[in-house]
Design a protein around this ligand. Structure first.
Ligand code: GAL
Length: 352
């Protein structure tokens, strides 16, 4: 009888141990599934980034995209890139898609600084970090705004115009009013105009950065254009459209023109003498720095102490890179030696 009891006890013990082991294994599987479920089926150790662009119409943005993606991938992150083709509702739904996919960080080139507050709040409430790339998103308390010193961009444009003492009257053909950078650039530019007693005889904007509106402006305001000594263009795409229209009226090279972005056409116009300067912004540096911050945030690392900028409601961390004023004297060093454009392309229309 004793032997039989002992065998029964043994059987119960073995059954108990197997049961405990089974529960432990199943719990283990569940927890890993749970972790994967919280990341939408992704490997929890892979940082995931959603990158939302306004559009690729302007030359620079494909360069921003390529450098950001390659830098983040080299750091082991997964990137999902979306372009809203200039439509704010599309951009909002693309950001909401990133929220549903439970990405770790969303990086946004805002189409409209005032229309992303709610969707950014939704992302942050879901525990997702948000970086405003190149353009500030207002009243959204983003985790970081990384751009160039946009007021300095405007100051450089103004200083070029003011350096020609004969310049007393200027027209401003600005970029999109919904782009917060435009007001920052204009702030810097108008400060320099005021300091040098240069009169702003007209100021207009190109909705959605539609540069063809600048060509229409020149065609429809020839009197004002003829009275101006200089035209400040919100970017090089606008400057190129203005120069092409001025050429129709044999005024290209007569009126001082300034822009920004170091687009190839603008660099060609600088060496050809129809554009004074472009403000070059090393977008590869911006994109790689932004990618590093994004991956670090995705890994739960802090960004360290940063200067801040007020977004209308909150003081947000602000990383501002330095722009560089480029004219015909330093274009070889800044643009060609850096590999931003080739000598062959820049001097395409200039006889050797
Ligand atoms: C602005 C940016 C400019 C230019 C523009 C589009 O936000 O500051 O550098 O890229 O978008 O051309």
């Amino acid at each position: 009888m004793k032997m039989k009891n002992r065998n029964n006890i043994k059987r119960i013990e073995v059954t108990l141990i197997i049961t405990i082991m089974l529960v432990a294994v199943l719990a283990g599987c569940n927890s890993s599934n749970t972790e994967e479920d919280t990341k939408g089926g992704k490997n929890v150790n892979t940082p995931t980034i959603g990158l939302s662009f306004d559009s690729y119409i302007i030359e620079r943005w494909e360069r921003d995209r390529d450098v950001f993606v390659s830098t983040a991938k080299e750091m082991g992150a997964e990137i999902n890139v979306q372009s809203a083709n200039g439509d704010i509702e599309t951009q909002i739904s693309q950001i909401e898609y990133f929220i549903e996919k439970k990405v770790d960080v969303i990086v946004i080139v805002a189409i409209d600084a005032d229309k992303l507050t709610d969707v950014v709040k939704k992302a942050k409430d879901a525990g997702i970090h948000v970086i405003a790339y190149d353009r500030l998103i207002r009243n959204a308390n983003v985790d970081m705004y990384i751009s160039f010193d946009n007021e300095q961009v405007g100051e450089m444009m103004g200083e070029e115009i003011a350096s020609h003492k004969e310049n007393k009257k200027v027209i401003m053909i600005c970029g999109a009013p919904a782009d917060n950078n435009v007001s920052m650039v204009n702030e810097g530019f108008e400060t320099v105009m005021k300091k040098n007693n240069i009169q702003i005889i007209d100021k207009t904007f190109c909705e959605g950065w539609k540069a063809e509106l600048a060509a229409d402006y020149v065609k429809d305001h020839l009197d004002a254009v003829s009275a101006a000594d200089a035209i400040m263009c919100g970017n090089d795409d606008i400057a190129t459209n203005v120069i092409r229209m001025l050429a129709v009226y044999r005024k290209a090279g007569v009126i001082d023109i300034v822009g920004q972005d170091a687009d190839l056409a603008a660099c060609q116009h600088i060496v050809e003498g129809t554009q004074n300067i472009t403000v070059y912004k090393p977008v590869e540096k911006l994109a790689s720095e932004a990618a590093k911050y994004a991956v670090d945030m995705a890994k739960g690392n802090g960004i360290g102490a940063k200067p801040t900028i007020n977004d209308g409601s909150y003081n947000v961390p602000y990383v501002a890179l330095d722009p560089i004023s480029v004219n015909k004297n330093n274009i070889d060093e800044i643009i060609i030696d850096s590999g931003f454009h080739s000598r062959e392309d820049v001097y395409l229309n200039v006889a050797e």
